[in-house]
Design a protein around this ligand. Sequence first.
Ligand SMILES: C[S@@+](CC[C@H](N)C(=O)[O-])C[C@H]1O[C@@H](n2cnc3c(N)ncnc32)[C@H](O)[C@@H]1O
Length: 267
Amino acid sequence: MGVAATRWRERQSARGIPEHILRAAPADPWTHVPTDFAPPAVPADTPSRTAARALAERAAARTCAGASLLDVGCGGGDAAFAAAWPEPSPVARVVGVDRQADMLGAFAAAARERRLPSGTVHGGWPDVAERAGRHDVVLCHHVLHNVVDLPPFLAALNDAVRGGGGGVVVEMLPEHPMAWLDPLWAHFHDVHRPESATAADAVAVLGEEFGIEPGVHHWEREQRLPHGPEWVARRLCLPAERVPEVAEALAGIPPRRRAAVTLVWSP
Ligand SMILES: C[S@@+](CC[C@H](N)C(=O)[O-])C[C@H]1O[C@@H](n2cnc3c(N)ncnc32)[C@H](O)[C@@H]1O
């Protein structure tokens, strides 16, 4: 494993929650709630959407059959449905992969609402990659920071792109999505987090392992991601009665940032 992939692995591994804290947690601090990831009827106009739409339009023009999109770690399908909007859409079919079955239910329901042919694959990427097949556009939004071993994950994204000019669009935050809470881990649990893996680290892995130099777009989200005291208390493995303390502590740290990064490449 190269230097960049090792750095990613070490930084990601160091963000685990100590076993004794996890055991005492009143709720699973990792599980995502599908309602937090429901795709809006009108998607935000972001560099990720622009890139995915352009790739889909190119593929549709090439094949005359419409583009096929794969959304890895799809959640409710924000990435895929944004690229398919508005009509007339170059997207003919979307496939969502997620290790949470309830997310796939939300994805399938959103596809039905939009009358877009869809499929789902339940399981963890890259283990289920073969079942997902090959597609013109492969999207992966806000998943990389869940991954420790990045090269096989990225290799499977590359392999999922059908030949002939398709591409991958990754959206992520500049650093780990929970890094803004590091001071509160120190405050409540005396857990001191090391530096987060960054989007620049992921770009370095792409270069080192695959010789890929992605297009890199830095931008700001319109809306701040979840950041309320109840939500934060759960992430910190704290019970409901400590929410007021969490609210007070949150007031003493910088608010959750809106910065996001889009990486685009053709394998
Ligand atoms: C932060 S959510 C992002 C959802 C969606 N992509 C979006 O941007 O709205 C991350 C999603 O990826 C899924 N996930 C995380 N790691 C995964 C993996 N290795 N394979 C499949 N799904 C994964 C989670 O279950 C969750 O639904």
